[in-house]
Design a protein around this ligand. Structure first.
Ligand SMILES: C[S@@+](CC[C@H](N)C(=O)[O-])C[C@H]1O[C@@H](n2cnc3c(N)ncnc32)[C@H](O)[C@@H]1O
Length: 266
C-alpha cells in the first residue's frame, strides 16, 4: 500500500521552497554509468518527483523529461517551478509508481530520489523494467541526516532533534534512509553504488525551513498541537553558531547514496 505523506498543500509548498536540490556530481555519476553501458539520452522519467528537485539537471541532457508523483499538490508546484524557468521539454503527471505514464521500452533512464523508502520497491522495479529500453538505467538515490563539518555542537542539535525529540514520530520506513539505502537490491545483473557528500551552504533560516519539512516533525505537530520543538532547536542552533549575524550561512552537508542498475540486452 502507498504511504501517503508530503501531500497537503502547505507541506508541498514548504517542500518546494526548502528541500535541497541535488549536486551535478550525482547527475555526472549517473551519466557516466549510462555512457559506460551504451545508453541513449532520449527520454527519462523521475519517479515520485515531488516538486522536481531531481529533474532540474536532466532537462539539458535529455530530449524529453517526465516527472510523476502521486500527489496533485507536489505536481502543481513542480509544474509552476519549471514553467517559471521556461523549461519546455518536461511534462508532469499525477499517478502512482505502479503506473508510469509512458509506454514499453520508451525511456533510457528511470530515477527515484529520496522516495524509494516510500514506494513499493517491487512495483517500482517491474514498471521501470517495462518502460526502460535495453540498455537503460535505474538510479535510486537519497540523502541522510545533514551535519555541519565545522560545528559538532550544531550537528548534535540536529541529531538530538531527529533521534530523541522526533523518535516516536518517524515512519518505520525512515530506517532505510538512516541505513543509507543499504537494503536496495536492484533486479539487474550489473549494479553499482556510490557514497558521496554534498555541501549545501544556506542561511540558518533556510535550514530551519528544511527541518520543518521532515515528515517526523509534521507528525509531531499533528500529535502535539500548540507545541513547536523547532523553536528550541532554532535557539540551540543560534547558540551553536556563536556569530553576531542572526542568520548566518551554515555549512550544511549531506551524505548522499546512489545505487545504479543497468537493464542490458541479453
Ligand atoms: C520525500 S519526497 C521526494 C521528492 C523528490 N523526489 C526529492 O528528491 O526531493 C517523496 C515523494 O514520493 C511521493 N510518493 C509517495 N508514494 C508514491 C507512489 N506510490 N507513487 C508515486 N509517488 C509517490 C510523494 O508524494 C512525495 O512527493
Amino acid at each position: 500500500m502507498a504511504i501517503r505523506l508530503f501531500e497537503e498543500s502547505v507541506h508541498a509548498s514548504a517542500y518546494a521552497q526548502f528541500r535541497p536540490h541535488y549536486s551535478t556530481r550525482i547527475r555526472d555519476i549517473i551519466k557516466s554509468f549510462m555512457e559506460k553501458h551504451g545508453c541513449g539520452f532520449e527520454c527519462m522519467v523521475d519517479v515520485a518527483t515531488g516538486s522536481g528537485q531531481a529533474l532540474a539537471y536532466w532537462t539539458n541532457v535529455f530530449r524529453k523529461c517526465i516527472g510523476m508523483d502521486i500527489s496533485c499538490e507536489q505536481i502543481k508546484n513542480a509544474r509552476k517551478t519549471f514553467q517559471e524557468k521556461g523549461v519546455k521539454n518536461v511534462e508532469f503527471h499525477v499517478c502512482p509508481v505502479e503506473d508510469l505514464p509512458t509506454g514499453p521500452s520508451s525511456c533510457d533512464l528511470v530515477t527515484c530520489a529520496q522516495a524509494w523508502h516510500w514506494v513499493d520497491a517491487e512495483k517500482l522495479y517491474k514498471e521501470a523494467t517495462r518502460v526502460l529500453r535495453k540498455p537503460g538505467v535505474v538510479a535510486v538515490y537519497g540523502y541522510g541526516i545533514p551535519y555541519f563539518p565545522s560545528n559538532r555542537k550544531a550537528t548534535d542539535v540536529t541529531l538530538k532533534f531527529h533521534n530523541v525529540t522526533l523518535a516516536k514520530h518517524w515512519h518505520a520506513n525512515r530506517g532505510h534512509i538512516i541505513n543509507h539505502y543499504k537494503e536496495v537490491q536492484l533486479p539487474y545483473s550489473v549494479t553499482d553504488r556510490y557514497d558521496i557528500t554534498q555541501e549545501w551552504p544556506i542561511p540558518l533560516s533556510h535550514y530551519m525551513g528544511y527541518l520543518g519539512t521532515w515528515s517526523g516533525y509534521c507528525k509531531y505537530k499533528e500529535e502535539n498541537p500548540g507545541d513547536d520543538p523547532l523553536v528550541r532547536v532554532h535557539q540551540d542552533l543560534k547558540e551553536a553558531f556563536t556569530v553576531a549575524d542572526t542568520d548566518p550561512i551554515v555549512d550544511c552537508t549531506f551524505p548522499i547514496f546512489v545505487i545504479l542498475g543497468a537493464n542490458l540486452p541479453k
